[in-house]
Design a binder for this molecule. Structure first.
Ligand code: GRG
Length: 297
């Protein structure tokens, strides 16, 4: 399957779950909050992380539709991170996924609350998916730890924290890699590991998915740095040129646009080689690795 077809399939399965979640929340929260949840969850992102969960799941031998629930849980954590990333106290942005950011569409109080509330919602969606897949509680615990450690101080929050502290400072390459692996790479890596765990992968197979995820996770943020320089806001659906405006250290700044692209492509090749070495060659994961470093939005 092509990357476009994989993303379209991931969108269909994930969005069905996200819409169910939005409907359930609408029945339990006040009307204004329900509208805000719906805005967050009916949001037109690319669904790269769900596509990785599903492709890793199948590469590891899984074949149940219940994996879409695992993909939805990851996408909900990602959605919370975008809502909070755009807040005035962080990147202070007006545009996300081609629409007004949450706090512009509603207000900062609403965006802050919706973001926080999405975290336990993601935990519930993951637990429901593990139940649907018939996974035993110890495996469900490992999956929860995988997702929320990736979202925590050792991963996304920690990376974002360092990223905010590093504004207007020049990071060297090792420092930048630490930020990128935490802020962006950790959740992408967790997507691959979660797909494997949902299919009961272990040992070399799971390690290969973890290494594949680490390489494409870093490559994803390098490609993001490049697009921030060469893309337009219309094309990206978010404000282009933000890194320079916030004086952030980036790959193009350290290696040039061509050097950054070459490094992202090297990482994509390395990611695929990890799978091949473990006998887990997957055309879908290969197509997604290629897409991640050649995408234009
Ligand atoms: C409390 C310090 C602290 C942090 C809270 C806000 C936050 C947690 C983390 C920010 C993480 C973040 C937004 C990293 C950027 C990752 C990234 C490149 C996002 C864009 O992903 P795409 O291109 O977006 O897949 P779509 O919209 O297609 O889903």
């Amino acid at each position: 399957m092509s990357a476009d077809a994989l993303l379209a399939e991931a969108r269909e399965g994930t969005d069905r779950r996200l819409h169910q979640v939005a409907d359930q929340l609408a029945a339990t929260v006040a009307a204004g909050m329900a509208e805000a949840f719906s805005y967050a969850l009916h949001s037109p992102g690319k669904r790269v992380r769900p596509a990785l969960v599903l492709s890793a799941y199948r590469a590891a031998g899984g074949h149940s539709p219940g994996a879409a629930g695992v993909a939805a849980a990851v996408e909900i954590v990602h959605t919370y991170s975008l809502v909070h990333d755009d807040l005035p106290c962080m990147d202070n942005d007006d545009l996300r996924r081609g629409r007004a950011t949450m706090h512009r569409q509603f207000d900062v109080r609403t965006a802050t609350r919706v973001g926080f509330l999405l975290v336990p919602v993601a935990a519930q969606v993951l637990a429901d998916a593990a139940g649907e897949l018939g996974l035993e509680s110890s495996l469900m615990g490992t999956m929860a730890a995988t997702l929320f450690e990736a979202g925590g101080i050792e991963g996304m929050v920690g990376g974002q924290w360092l990223d905010l502290e590093a504004e207007r400072q020049q990071l060297d390459l090792p420092g930048l890699i630490t930020v990128h692996r935490g802020k962006t790479g950790a959740l992408i890596q967790a997507s691959c590991v979660l797909g494997g765990l949902a299919a009961r992968a272990s040992g070399d197979g799971l390690l290969a998915l973890q290494r594949y995820g680490a390489d494409i996770g870093l490559a994803f943020q390098i490609a993001d740095d490049v697009l921030d320089v060469i893309g337009t806001s219309d094309q990206l659906g978010k404000t282009a040129g933000k890194d320079e405006a916030l004086s952030k250290s980036t790959y193009p700044q350290l290696l040039g646009v061509e050097g950054a692209r070459a490094e992202a492509e090297r990482l994509a090749r390395s990611a695929i080689a990890h799978l091949e070495r473990a006998g887990l060659a997957s055309p879908s994961l290969g197509a997604l690795a290629h897409y991640i470093v050649t995408r234009n939005s």
